[in-house]
Design a protein around this ligand. Structure first.
Ligand SMILES: NC(=O)C1=CN([C@@H]2O[C@H](COP(=O)(O)OP(=O)(O)OC[C@H]3O[C@@H](n4cnc5c(N)ncnc54)[C@H](OP(=O)(O)O)[C@@H]3O)[C@@H](O)[C@H]2O)[C@@H](O)CC1
Ligand SMILES: Nc1ncnc2c1ncn2[C@@H]1O[C@H](COP(=O)(O)OP(=O)(O)O)[C@@H](O)[C@H]1O
Ligand SMILES: [K+]
Length: 505
C-alpha cells in the first residue's frame, strides 16, 4: 500500500470527486459512515459520544459522524470553537443538517469545564486532519490539553489533531492523545515513526473507496507492506521438489557464551524452509548445536570464536548473531568480505566489525542485506536527530552502496538500492527481547537461499517475523513470549499463507 503525502491525499480526494464522479459532500458522507460504523461495532460500553470539531473538512466529518451516531442510538454532543467562524463548505452543510436534530446540542469549547465527562463517554477528535498547517496554539491547544487530561476513551478521526502527517513532530507540539485513530484509506507516514506512536494509539485504516486509478498511477517513495503485497511474493512449496530446490543456508554465528544466538538463527532458517542448513560456529558450540538443531550440519570455525570464514560461494550466508568481535574474528571476517562477491545477510557483530572503519563499507557485496537496529545503524553511518532523518540517511546509503537496509524498529523499514521504503506493520513489543534479531537473520538467510530476490526476501522475511510474533503474543502475551515461541509460530504463519493461495472449489 502506497503512503501518500497530505498534498497527494487532497489530490486523490479531488480525483475521486471528478472521475468517479461523486459530489464532495457524498465523499464526506462515505468517510463518516465508515467511522460511525466502526464506532458502533466496537464501542459497546461507551454509549455517549462527545465530538470536538474544527471548521475544516475534518470537522465536517466529525459533525456528520455525530449525526450518524445519534441515529444509531448514542447520546451525542458536539463542541465547536466558535459558530461564527468560517466553516468549509461541506462542514457547513453538515452543520445545517445537525441543527435539524433537536437531540444533539452544539456547545462551545468554553463549556468544557461544566461538561459531565462520565465514564461512559467517549471523546471523538475531529479538530484537524490532513489540513493541519501549523502547530496548535491558543484555544485549540487549550482544548486539546484539557481533553488529554481526561481519562475517557479517545478516538481521532483521520489524524490525531496537532500531529503533522509528513514531517517529524517537534518536541513542544501539542497533540491529541488518541487511544484509537480511524484513518482514511491509507497510512500517514508519521504514524509509523516512534516519535508519533504515543499519539495515535491503535491505528485502523478505513476503506472509503477512493479512486484505485489514482492510487495505481501516482508514484510514492514510501509504502506499507500489506497482505496483497505478501500474497504476490509468497511462493508455495512445489510438490515435485527436493532439498536441492530450496537452497543452501550457511549461518555464521556464535562465540563462547553466545552459542544461543547461532541456535536461534539456525532454527529459524530451518523452520523457514531452507533445503540444506549449515552452521559455521566455534567448536564450543558443537554439542549444543547438534543437539538443538539436529537437521543442521556443523562446521567448526575456531575454538571459542570463529577465526576461519572459509565458505563456498554457492551457499547463502547469514553472518553476525552472537559472533563477537574478537580481533581474530574481525581479521578473518574482513578478509572474507574483501574476497566475497555474492550478496550476504549482515547482522549484529558483522555490522559492528564493519563499522570500526568506514573504508570497510565498500567491501560489502552489492545487493547484500544489512539488518541494523538503531544503535548499529548509528555505528555504521553516524548519528541523526530523529527517526525521519535516520531513514533519509539510510536511503542515501542504500543507494550509494547498492544494498538493502532493514532498519529495525517497531515498524521496521526496508530500504532498497533505489531508495524506496517499505514499512512493516506486523510485530509487537514482545519482540523487544534479546534474540529476536537473530531469528530475523535466520529467516532472511533462508528465504534468500530459496531463491526469493533480495527485495522479496526483505519484505516477506520482516513481515513473517512480525506475524509469527503476533501469533506468539496472542498465545503467551507480549511479556512471556520468547524468541523460541516466535520460531515455533512460523508454521502457523505459513499455514495461513498457504491457505490464502488455495483456490476455492
Ligand atoms: N482526503 C480524503 O480522502 C477525505 C478527507 N476527508 C476529511 O478531510 C480532512 C481534511 O480536511 P481539510 O483539508 O479541510 O483540513 P482540516 O484538517 O479539516 O483543517 C483545515 C482547517 O484548519 C485550519 N488549520 C490548520 N491548522 C491549524 C492550526 N494549527 N490552528 C488553527 N487552524 C488550523 C485551516 O486553516 P488555514 O491553514 O487555512 O489557516 C483550515 O481552516 C481529512 O483529514 C479528512 O478528515 C473526508 O471528509 C473525505 C475524504
Ligand atoms: N517494540 C517492538 N515492536 C516490534 N518489533 C520489535 C520491537 N522491539 C524489537 N522488535 C523487533 O525485534 C528485533 C530485534 O532485533 P535486535 O535488536 O537486533 O535483537 P537481538 O540482537 O537481541 O537479537 C527486530 O526485528 C525488531 O524490529
Ligand atoms: K482529528
Amino acid at each position: 500500500m502506497k503512503i501518500f503525502t497530505a498534498e497527494q491525499i487532497r489530490a486523490w480526494d479531488q480525483f475521486t470527486i471528478s472521475h468517479e464522479p461523486v459530489p464532495s459532500i457524498q465523499l464526506m458522507e462515505r468517510a463518516s459512515i465508515a467511522v460511525a460504523h466502526w464506532i458502533s461495532e466496537n464501542c459497546k460500553y461507551h454509549r455517549k459520544a462527545v465530538v470536538f470539531c474544527g471548521n475544516g473538512n475534518n470537522g465536517g466529518d466529525g459533525i456528520a459522524v455525530a449525526r450518524m451516531l445519534y441515529q444509531k442510538g448514542f447520546d451525542v454532543d458536539v463542541f465547536v470553537n466558535n459558530l461564527k467562524e468560517k466553516f468549509s463548505h461541506d462542514a457547513l452543510v453538515n452543520l445545517k443538517r445537525l441543527r435539524d436534530i433537536s437531540g444533539i446540542s452544539i456547545k462551545k469549547f468554553s463549556d468544557i469545564d461544566d461538561y459531565n465527562f462520565d465514564d461512559k463517554t467517549m471523546i471523538v477528535d475531529a479538530l484537524f486532519g490532513t489540513g493541519l498547517s501549523r502547530s496548535l496554539e491558543g484555544e485549540y491547544k487549550e482544548v486539546v490539553n484539557q481533553l488529554n487530561a481526561k481519562k475517557n476513551i479517545k478516538i481521532s478521526i483521520d489524524v490525531p489533531s496537532g500531529l503533522p502527517t509528513d514531517k517529524i513532530i517537534e518536541n513542544k507540539d501539542c497533540v491529541f492523545n488518541a487511544d484509537y485513530t480511524l484513518s482514511f484509506q491509507s497510512w500517514k507516514r508519521t504514524f509509523l515513526h516512534p516519535e508519533a506512536g504515543e499519539y495515535t494509539g491503535k491505528v485502523f485504516i478505513l476503506d472509503i473507496d477512493l479512486s484505485k486509478e489514482y492510487a495505481e498511477s501516482v508514484a510514492a517513495e514510501y509504502n506499507v507492506i500489506d497482505d496483497h503485497l505478501i500474497d504476490s511474493i509468497f511462493q508455495p512449496r512445489k510438490e515435485f521438489s527436493h532439498k536441492g530446490t530450496y537452497g543452501k543456508v550457511m549461518m555464521i554465528a556464535g562465540s563462547y557464551g553466545k552459542v544461543g544466538a547461532a541456535v536461534l538463527a539456525t532454527k529459524s532458517a530451518l523452520k523457514t524452509g531452507a533445503g540444506l542448513t549449515f552452521t559455521l560456529a566455534p567448536e564450543c558450540g558443537y554439542e549444543i548445536l547438534q543437539t538443538s538443531c539436529p537437521e543442521a550440519m556443523f562446521f567448526a570455525g575456531g575454538k571459542e570464536h570463529i577465526e576461519n570464514f572459509d565458505v563456498d560461494e554457492n551457499m547463502t550466508c547469514g553472518i553476525g548473531p552472537g559472533l563477537g568481535t574478537h580481533p581474530q574474528t574481525e581479521k578473518s571476517f574482513l578478509n572474507f568480505l574483501k574476497g566475497y562477491n555474492t550478496p550476504l545477510i549482515l547482522d549484529a557483530d558483522a555490522l559492528n566489525m564493519i563499522s570500526k572503519d568506514s573504508k570497510n563499507l565498500k567491501f560489502i557485496p552489492e545487493k547484500s542485506i544489512l539488518t541494523p537496529h538503531p544503535k548499529e545503524f548509528e555505528r555504521l553511518f553516524g548519528k541523526t536527530d530523529n527517526s525521519f532523518d535516520r531513514l533519509e540517511l539510510a536511503r542515501e546509503k542504500a543507494k550509494e552502496l547498492h544494498v538493502y537496509i532493514v532498519l529495525k524498529d517497531h515498524h521496521t523499514q526496508i530500504i532498497n538500492p533505489k531508495g524506496e521504503v517499505y514499512y512493516n506493520i506486523t510485530g509487537n513489543a514482545g519482540l523487544a527481547k534479546g534474540g529476536s534479531g537473530d531469528i530475523l537473520t535466520g529467516i532472511l538467510t533462508s528465504l534468500l537461499a530459496q531463491g526469493y530476490s533480495e527485495e522479496d526476501t526483505c519484505i516477506l522475511g520482516v513481515w513473517l517475523h512480525g506475524k509469527a510474533a503476533d501469533f506468539a503474543s496472542e498465545k503467551y502475551s507480549k511479556e512471556s513470549m520468547l524468541p523460541t515461541d516466535v520460531i515455533n509460530e512460523l508454521g502457523s504463519v505459513f499455514k495461513e499463507l498457504n491457505k490464502r493461495t488455495e483456490k476455492d472449489l
